[in-house]
Ligand binder design. Structure first.
Ligand code: PXP
Length: 253
């Protein structure tokens, strides 16, 4: 047995809704995907209700909350509209992300330091509704300090730049981006924050991140759903968890 704490896999079901919405019907259902992922070992389910409702819809959030047996992580922009919906849905966790209408996916971490006066009461209100609040931040110690000051219980470290470095496969760049993630995780854990990470993780790049002992949760969506087209969702979730566990217990990567 490893002495490192266990690591959770949060499966993001947004892109099951993307596929459903492409035809305007109700298939494939993100709630069914969530249940399937849970049966295969997912520890949490994440869904992002975007302002433009391009994938997950309000009703999906409500159905997810009712249907699933594991914690629901509601990813959202820090807007009054989302706060109201989160207070109604009462998810177990909320992850605040920056949102920009024209982006394809979340492009960077929140500027917590620059929005402290706005975010601090926002985080307090969400936490008051019973959610464990995490802030999605770049691996930057100043933003992690700010997340703590804003009252967040957790930070989710943005791994997008690491993913891009892995795609470019220039070892120096990969190492530089990875070192930033590791240092940010150590820094945040030292402040008493729970450390999550996510964005762009896949079978090839997940293990070094999963091996960082301070990180206790990874949120992964696009790769899992894309790979599920070929291998099936249960098999992909099982393999991702196995890779994470192997990394955690000192297995090879
Ligand atoms: N974490 C956050 C905060 C995100 O915005 C996303 C993308 O929705 C993810 C994790 C998952 O990223 P990916 O879909 O690339 O696995």
């Amino acid at each position: 047995m490893s002495e490192k704490p266990d690591i959770r896999l949060g499966v993001n079901v947004d892109h099951v809704a993307t596929l459903r919405n492409a035809r305007g019907g109700d298939h494939p259902d993100p709630v069914r995907a969530a249940r399937t992922a849970i049966s295969a070992g997912a520890d949490n389910i994440t869904a992002h209700l975007r302002e433009d409702r391009r994938h997950i819809r309000d009703d999906d959030m409500r159905r997810l909350k009712e249907a699933i047996s594991v914690p629901l992580n509601f990813e959202m922009a820090a807007t009054a509209e989302m706060l109201k919906i989160a207070c109604e849905v009462r998810p177990d966790a909320c992850c605040l992300v920056p949102e920009n209408r024209n982006e394809r996916t979340t492009e960077g971490g929140l500027d917590v330091a620059g929005q402290m006066a706005y975010l601090k009461p926002f985080v307090r209100e969400l936490a008051g509704a019973g959610a464990r609040v995490s802030l999605f931040v770049d691996p930057d110690p100043a933003q992690i300090d700010a997340a703590r000051e804003a009252g967040a219980a957790a930070v989710e470290i943005h791994t997008g730049a690491y993913k891009q470095a892995c795609q470019a496969t220039t070892p120096d760049r990969i190492e530089r981006e990875f070192d930033l993630i590791r240092a940010a995780a150590v820094h945040g854990a030292g402040l008493g924050l729970e450390i999550h990470a996510g964005h762009g993780l896949d079978f090839h790049n997940v293990q070094p991140v999963a091996a960082i002992p301070e990180i206790v949760e990874l949120n992964i969506g696009h790769f899992i759903m894309g790979e599920a087209v070929f291998a099936g969702l249960p098999a992909v979730v099982k393999e991702m968890k196995q890779l994470m566990r192997d990394a955690r217990t000192g297995g090879h990567y």
